[in-house]
Design a protein around this ligand. Sequence first.
Ligand SMILES: Cc1cc2nc3c(=O)[nH]c(=O)nc-3n(C[C@H](O)[C@H](O)[C@H](O)COP(=O)(O)OP(=O)(O)OC[C@H]3O[C@@H](n4cnc5c(N)ncnc54)[C@H](O)[C@@H]3O)c2cc1C
Length: 262
Amino acid sequence: MNILVCIKQVPGSSNVEVDPVTGVLKRDGVASKMNPYDLYSIEMAMSLTEKYGGTVETITMGPPQAKSVIVESICMGAKKGTVLSDRKFAGADVLATAYTISQGIRKVGKFDLILCGKQTTDGDTAQVGAEVAEYLGIPHVANVLSVEEVKDGKAYVTVSLDDMVVTESVQLPCLLCAENDINSPRLPSYKVQKTVTDDLVRFISFAEFEDQDANHYGLNGSATQVERIFPPEKNTEKHSITGDSAAQAQGIFDLLASRKLI
Ligand SMILES: Cc1cc2nc3c(=O)[nH]c(=O)nc-3n(C[C@H](O)[C@H](O)[C@H](O)COP(=O)(O)OP(=O)(O)OC[C@H]3O[C@@H](n4cnc5c(N)ncnc54)[C@H](O)[C@@H]3O)c2cc1C
């Protein structure tokens, strides 16, 4: 079974500042890391190939330095990976991001299973997986807790639906978005890191894509525009409620009621 995992490089800190003039995130000088949610899908992919055979590859769209997450995935057991990188991809919203990734996947090859994480820690929309699947014309399932079995061209997946858990079958090839905290992602191997060579990381630019209409990528291909971006205000207001336990309970009740929280 050949599996492709979509992974993203995100800022390593939640304290990313916003440029007050341009409204753009100041990513320079901020350390980056792999989106933590993607570690669970890599682990899921590795476990599945250990059980059923086949290989794991990874793909990311981002600036050239996003190569480091591909290398990290190789150190976790992926065979190789791809970075989709081009200035034409810059400023992409979710729609353009998903379209670019789908074009990249078409270029990289055919897979039985494509895995995505639940969401990212920066964009946080949790929409890319479903949109990539739609562009590829394959079925997709979100909130996947586990793949129980792969048999007769179908994957049997257990899915969390908030108030219940169900097991469904889905035709391969398909795209699954893994839930978080579903497994213990393996650590990258330092030994493998020492042996990773450049030929294991492929860079694909716009020029190699099948769809050569630049209006489908980056800012031009984005259906949405950011009007304003700002960090949420930090509320440091503190209240101290004193008295015996009945008075404290009443005080908490009154405070919550005054805020219309109860
Ligand atoms: C209107 C708008 C404008 C934007 N403009 C910019 C901009 O100018 N510059 C900028 O840097 N960002 C921009 N973004 C953010 C960018 O669009 C998102 O980071 C991107 O669409 C991915 O969405 P997400 O992070 O919400 O992913 P989610 O949907 O939360 O991620 C789910 C899963 O999809 C996969 N995935 C997501 N992104 C990638 C990726 N890049 N490569 C591989 N797999 C991936 C991963 O498996 C991930 O776990 C913009 C977003 C919006 C809404």
